[in-house]
Design a protein. Structure first.
Length: 321
């Protein structure tokens, strides 16, 4: 077959073969593919979104509504406006529980963060043994209820092995969970023991992202371990540390199970944390409206603390280039 001499040569659209897909047909194909990807993404997200709506969103909205009502499960909810919030402001037990909770958070977060950071740095600088990391994480695999019961036995004033050791050393037995002074610090340290390994591994993961050549360059310049920690480790670990602090603070404000199985809020309300008071109001006195109001107040406090922490620590920014 011959081609006429004057026939123009065939040309590909600009961009070569890729340009073929830029025409109307290609755009339709891409739009169809995008819709298919969107449907597939929706299928994978649906279970998580359903769980979020059923177990988080709906209970939150329901709780906000109940906070404006008088409700006891036996009769329909009666709208009372801001009566529950006014009662909460004038409730001395609420403020006492909030103070006890803040005390717990300060002790727990302070000791846990420092200890976890030390463990993470030691794991990073001295050894990266997977077995050692497993040992560090082991207490976290135990539930809070089990940990509370075990430590309740260990610290028993008369028969606990902890007080047996104290007595063997020549000291008086200490009522760790039965004394107003000792009870809250003891509970805070029990939860430090349980959670510090998990927090340390989170920080250890953040340390893994810091390039080793930065430490090598610092050693060449004559920097010691302490100086490298403050000049390299802490600035570059800041975003991860900020997120870990946000998570641990939120979790600490929600302490409940350890207190419930060890002291039940005693002695003399010394460990009556806010979550326990909310539980007692709802399921002990069937004042679900008032309990919901305190829960909403806790939600507002935690939201404000989270935003403040995020901004002060610049958790969304990193110094790593």
């Amino acid at each position: 077959m011959t081609i006429a001499a004057n026939s123009p040569p065939s040309r590909l659209p600009l961009g070569g073969a890729e340009g073929v897909r830029t025409g109307p047909g290609g755009q339709r194909a891409r739009a169809h593919q995008d819709r298919g990807d969107g449907r597939l993404a929706a299928v994978f997200l649906a279970p998580a979104l359903l769980g979020f709506a059923v177990f988080l969103l709906w209970p939150t909205l329901r709780g906000i509504y109940l906070s404006f009502t008088r409700y006891n499960l036996l009769t329909p909810a009666e709208f009372t406006g801001f009566d529950n919030y006014v009662r909460m402001v004038h409730d001395p037990i609420f403020w006492s529980s909030l103070k006890v909770t803040v005390t717990y958070v300060v002790i727990n977060i302070g000791v846990q963060t420092v200890t976890a950071l030390a463990i993470a740095v030691l794991l990073q600088r001295l050894t990266r043994s997977a077995l050692l990391r497993g040992v560090v994480l082991a207490p976290y695999l135990m539930s809070n209820v089990v940990a509370g019961i075990v430590w309740l036995w260990i610290l028993d004033t008369q028969l606990g092995i902890g007080n047996e050791i104290v007595a063997a050393l020549g000291f008086d037995r200490v009522p760790f969970l039965a004394d107003e002074t000792w009870a809250m610090p003891t509970i805070a340290l029990i939860n430090v023991w349980r959670h510090v390994g998990y927090t340390a591994l989170l920080l250890f993961a953040g340390l893994q992202a810091i390039p080793d050549d930065m430490y090598e360059a610092a050693r060449v310049d004559g920097a010691g371990e302490w100086r490298m920690f403050w000049r390299i480790t802490m600035p570059l670990l800041r975003p991860v540390l900020a997120v870990v602090l946000i998570m641990t603070v939120i979790g600490s404000f929600q302490v409940f199970d350890t207190v419930a199985v060890t002291t039940a809020g005693g002695p003399a309300n010394a460990t009556n944390v806010l979550q326990l008071y909310i539980y007692q109001s709802a399921f002990g006195r069937f004042q679900f409206g008032y309990a919901s109001a305190m829960s909403v107040a806790l939600l507002i406090v935690l939201s404000a603390i989270t935003v403040l922490q995020y901004r002060l620590t610049r958790a969304g920014h990193t110094d790593l280039g």
